[in-house]
Write a protein that binds this ligand. Structure first.
Ligand code: ATP
Ligand code: MG
Length: 247
């Protein structure tokens, strides 16, 4: 669905993304796993068309995204790492604002908004200003806003950071699963190695470079074989084995 070919991006001397290539398949939960500064956010911003890569190309459903960037952007929902909601507006006003940017018709807006409000259990908070919302509720509001134009793809930049274990469990096992069942294609970044379990395929990224891309279980099997281990390693061990020598 999305094909990324050899994208690179530098900020002065910092080579944030180095000749990165990968594909995201339709309907898959694709994970981007890497430590702080690995280049996850930079890659997402390039995929969103917010940041222009120094080199490389991105294709969406076979077409170069820069040919028709407006159309491409309408297919994507995005939750950024930093807060992106207006604190002095309430949930419905934030949602309306987002819908306006994407040119969602009034009819579609009300239909989507009502469904999402229910799905994310936000009804009781609807008229509350965002600045007064508890963290978890604010996160669900960000998701609602990202989905208000019913995008095909969802990019989530570190959605689980700061979540308590129960919220994280529910987020991956309920919210993300449901979105997949609805046919969404989802890219999630994280620096929590154990979250790789929730991804169908995971790209390990370190210092802007792709270190591996496969199903989590395949990566574990590979390291088990290579290191002659008597049990499967966890993803943290996998990551450190793969980037060993570079720390
Ligand atoms: N606008 C910018 N100007 C200068 N350097 C930048 C800029 N954006 C990112 N960088 C640098 O590029 C590298 C990759 O940053 P990026 O934010 O993509 O990493 P990340 O994997 O998202 O990290 P984190 O887990 O901390 O969010 C880092 O060294 C960062 O300092
Ligand atoms: Mg980041």
């Amino acid at each position: 669905m999305i094909e990324v070919k050899n994208i690179s991006k530098s900020f002065g001397k910092i080579r944030a993304v180095r000749s990165l290539s990968f594909e995201i398949k339709k309907g898959e939960i694709f994970g981007f796993l890497g430590p702080n500064g690995a280049g996850k956010t930079t890659t997402i911003k390039i995929l969103l068309g917010i940041l222009k890569p120094d080199e490389g190309e991105i294709f969406f459903e076979g077409e170069n995204v820069f040919k028709n960037i407006e159309n491409y952007r309408r297919q994507i929902g995005y939750v950024s790492q930093e807060v992106s909601l207006y604190k002095d507006l309430n949930i419905s006003e934030n949602a309306e604002f987002r819908a306006g940017i994407y040119g969602v018709s009034e009819k579609d807006f009300f239909k989507n908004y009502k469904n999402l409000l229910e799905k994310f259990e936000l009804k009781e908070w609807e008229k509350e200003l965002v600045k007064n919302l508890p963290t978890g509720v604010e996160r669900r509001t960000s998701l609602l806003c990202a989905l208000i134009h019913d995008p095909k793809i969802l990019f989530l930049d570190e959605p689980s950071s700061g979540m308590d274990p129960l919220s994280r469990f529910r987020f991956f096992n309920e919210t993300i699963r449901e979105l997949k069942q609805k046919g969404k294609t989802i890219l999630i970044t994280t620096h929590y190695m154990e979250e790789a379990e929730y991804f169908e395929r995971v790209l390990l990224i370190h210092k802007g470079e792709k270190k591996a891309l496969d199903k989590p279980e395949n990566l574990k099997e590979k390291i088990k074989k290579e290191k002659n281990l008597n049990k499967l390693p966890d993803m943290e061990e996998v990551f450190f084995e793969i980037v060993a020598g570079e720390r």
